[in-house]
Ligand binder design. Sequence first.
Ligand code: GNR
Ligand code: NI
Length: 178
Amino acid sequence: MSILEILKYPDPFLKIKAKPVSRIDEETRKLISAMIETMYFARGIGLAATQVGADKRIAVLDVPAEQRAGGRGQGENLIVLINPEIIAHEGETKYEEGCLSVPGFTADVKRFATVVVKGLDKNGKGLEINAGGLLAIALQHEMDHLDGILFIDRLSKLKRDIIKRKIKKAIEDEKKQL
Ligand code: GNR
Ligand code: NI
């Protein structure tokens, strides 16, 4: 059991392009378990290894299926993705995104509406996911993290500058309170 610290913008580690995983060893398996626990603890629908300071192309996701009474429990939709790649995409969609590394801020981000993602599962077995809706968005958001890209980097320069200024101000205000 271990909850990892989630790095926050503007931590420079969030800008690195993570390295592919070549072998799923004990250390990698431990990292994956800790990422899953951390994602649930932080109530996120996804988490990328770079957000917890690990230079590896690994993402975990649990996007709830259609919200319904007595909806599914934790773990039902858990996805562990190693070395993910988008091999096909269609259309365009906009969604108000948030990020555990940019707490307290959201913005509309343009993404592909559907994606086909291939990668490896936690056992190193090939995996292909056909996704639309929020899962497609979350997959693109997590894969961006593995390339050092945050959702705020996907905004127009004007919107990006405004949100970055707001974030800086929030960080400064927080410091003053200490
Ligand atoms: O928990 C999260 N919610 C979310 C909502 C809309 C679009 C993307 C996300 S991902 C985010 C968790 C996170 O920061 N993963 O990197
Ligand atoms: Ni994020």
